[in-house]
Design a protein around this ligand. Structure first.
Ligand SMILES: [Zn+2]
Length: 381
């Protein structure tokens, strides 16, 4: 039986799978895929449900992987929605609901494409592997990572992987992602000596030191961009003393910085740069300057090649649009997969992701399933 990707998206939206709740979404996919001849395994870890499905033989030399998530962010106040956020209502060509765009439609489109592709076909030396997680919007600790750990133990490997996250700014076909910038958060603390603001000579004010630090780091570009990436960015997002008094020089000031870096840097090199600046400020002002850092993800790229060309061709054939090969945006689970195989991301337009009245256009869901089908047909041709 062919699967209607729009109906399957609506059914998935009706599963209230707010991270980390499974909400029935993976149970539904398990039954749809099992009926179509896939071997399904639940890979649950740390209170998170994940689903692995394979068509074809384990360890097949040529395997096409798909990664996506069925968990969603909370809907917010349901009264602000024009429809039930878990109703999967279709109105004026739009399917409304939490996860309609991010990314139950992407999962449904891929499942429909995979089932259509395998119909009446023998696997031969090829396999289709679906790694679907219930923890992308949360900590992502027990989601795709758990699936990849399990796959490594079981000898399940992907030759290439397509992540079905929304990638297009407005219209289906505009953009695919071949990499992502890295992201790092840094927390600076500068300590001086508290005192009366009428006698600043008896205190050591940490504020001018922090102001200089913020200014220096903010005004020195990290780079001018690289072959496939825009310039790295650095943004201070807080500066705080928490000081309620006007006649007290505070002893301490804190600031937080977020750095999005391209392939000219690493988490370690950015950390070294921030630390060197803090040390310099400590020297110049006689203050104590501390830095704590968390790297959320390193930058990565799948250089344009056969796989990205195949995906781009399928997009062009279906939509008539030549997709931009981009590395923009935030992080995704592709950051974990890139250590295993070439990974490319392509999906719907993501304008309404995480918003009230999130929706996907019905005709774009159907077109996305046709694009995924073209990709599978071309990959196994
Ligand atoms: Zn997503």
């Amino acid at each position: 039986m062919p699967i209607d990707p729009v109906a399957l998206t609506a059914d998935l939206v009706r599963c209230p799978s707010v991270t980390p709740a499974e909400g029935g979404a993976l149970v539904l996919l398990d039954s749809v895929l099992t009926d179509a001849g896939f071997t399904c395994t639940r890979v649950d870890r740390g209170g998170v449900a994940n689903l692995f499905a394979r068509w074809g033989a384990k360890g097949a030399p040529r395997s096409f992987g798909f990664n996506g998530h069925t968990d969603v962010v909370p809907p917010g106040d349901p009264a602000l929605w024009r429809t039930d956020p878990f109703g999967g209502t279709i109105r004026d060509g739009r399917l409304y609901g939490r996860g309609a765009a991010d990314m139950k439609s992407g999962v449904a489109a891929f499942v429909a494409a995979a089932v259509a592709h395998v119909q009446g076909r023998a696997p031969g030396d090829g396999a289709i592997l679906l790694a679907i997680t219930g923890d992308e919007e949360g900590e992502a600790e027990h989601g795709t990572r758990a699936l990849l750990d399990w796959m490594a133990r079981e000898g399940e490997a992907m030759s290439v992987c397509l992540v079905g996250e929304p990638t297009c700014p407005d219209t289906l076909g505009q953009m695919m992602k071949i990499g992502r910038r890295g992201s790092l958060n840094g927390w600076f603390t500068i300590r001086g000596r508290q005192g009366h603001s009428a006698y600043p000579e008896r205190a050591l004010n940490p504020l001018p030191a922090m102001a200089r630090l913020v200014d220096r780091l903010s005004s020195a570009p990290l780079d001018q961009g690289s072959a496939h990436f825009d310039a790295s960015t650095l943004a201070f997002v807080t500066v705080d003393t928490g000081n309620p008094a006007t006649n007290v020089i505070p002893s301490e000031v804190r600031a937080t910085v977020n750095v999005r870096f391209n392939d000219l840097h690493s988490g370690a090199s950015i950390t070294a740069r921030l630390r060197a600046e803090a040390d310099r400020i400590a020297q110049e002002f006689g203050v104590e300057a501390d830095l704590r850092v968390k790297v959320s993800g390193e930058s990565f790229i799948t250089p344009p090649g056969d796989f990205s060309a195949l995906v781009a061709q399928a997009v062009r054939d279906e939509t008539g649009i030549d997709p931009v090969l981009s590395t923009s945006g935030g992080t995704s689970d592709a950051r974990f997969i890139r250590a295993h195989c070439p990974v490319v991301e392509f999906g719907l337009s993501g304008q309404t992701m995480h918003q009230i009245d999130e929706y996907a256009k019905v005709d774009e869901i159907a077109a996305l399933a046709r694009i995924y089908r073209r990709i599978l047909d071309a990959w196994f041709a």
